[in-house]
Ligand binder design. Structure first.
Ligand SMILES: NC(=O)c1ccc[n+]([C@@H]2O[C@H](COP(=O)([O-])OP(=O)(O)OC[C@H]3O[C@@H](n4cnc5c(N)ncnc54)[C@H](OP(=O)(O)O)[C@@H]3O)[C@@H](O)[C@H]2O)c1
Length: 136
């Protein structure tokens, strides 16, 4: 499935003979799909997080960069690691080889305190320096 919210799942699941295994949803630091994530967990459905950088808009978010710097990583690495620690399978997209390699280097752990700070962020894709949207 993709983009199924709790109401969609409530409609679909009683009609299934085979339960869907994965729900691919838009999820990045600043967006809160916790209702969907909770419902998926209740039904043992894996959540796959697409657009983990908000299409690139949050790769230069100042507060995310600041926290990332404390771990010696980039904002995109922090974005992926955050979603992994939230239990998601993460689906980043990158066309640059350097980005792809960087996005696979995730051997660090975000502290519970920093997870709480990142969890509380909202509208991160609307920050002042957000790149223009581009679909690559
Ligand atoms: N199921 C659905 O409805 C749905 C909807 C939308 C998207 N998706 C899927 O989700 C995946 C990702 O989506 P997305 O393209 O929207 O966004 P994304 O993964 O959030 O962002 C991609 C952008 O981030 C940049 N980037 C990646 N790694 C970086 C790094 N380490 N440093 C700096 N910039 C970095 C990329 O630049 P470069 O290309 O220059 O490396 C690209 O511009 C795609 O596979 C897409 O098909 C699914």
């Amino acid at each position: 499935m993709s983009n199924f919210d709790p109401d969609d799942l409530d409609s679909l699941l009683p009609a299934c003979t085979v339960k869907p295994m994965v729900n691919q949803i838009r999820w990045f630091i600043g967006l809160d799909p916790s209702d969907t994530v909770r419902t998926c967990a209740e039904h043992d459905i894996v959540v796959e997080a697409y657009s983990p950088f908000a299409h690139g808009l949050i790769v230069n978010h100042p507060e995310i960069e600041q926290i990332a710097a404390r771990y010696g990583v980039s904002a995109p690495q922090l974005c992926i690691r955050f979603l992994l620690q939230k239990g998601a399978v993460v689906l980043p997209k990158a066309t640059s080889t350097a980005h792809i390699e960087q996005n696979a280097a995730l051997d660090f752990e975000i502290s519970a305190d920093d997870m709480a700070v990142l969890d509380a962020m909202r509208d991160t894709d609307k920050h002042e320096d957000a790149m223009q949207f581009r679909w690559s």
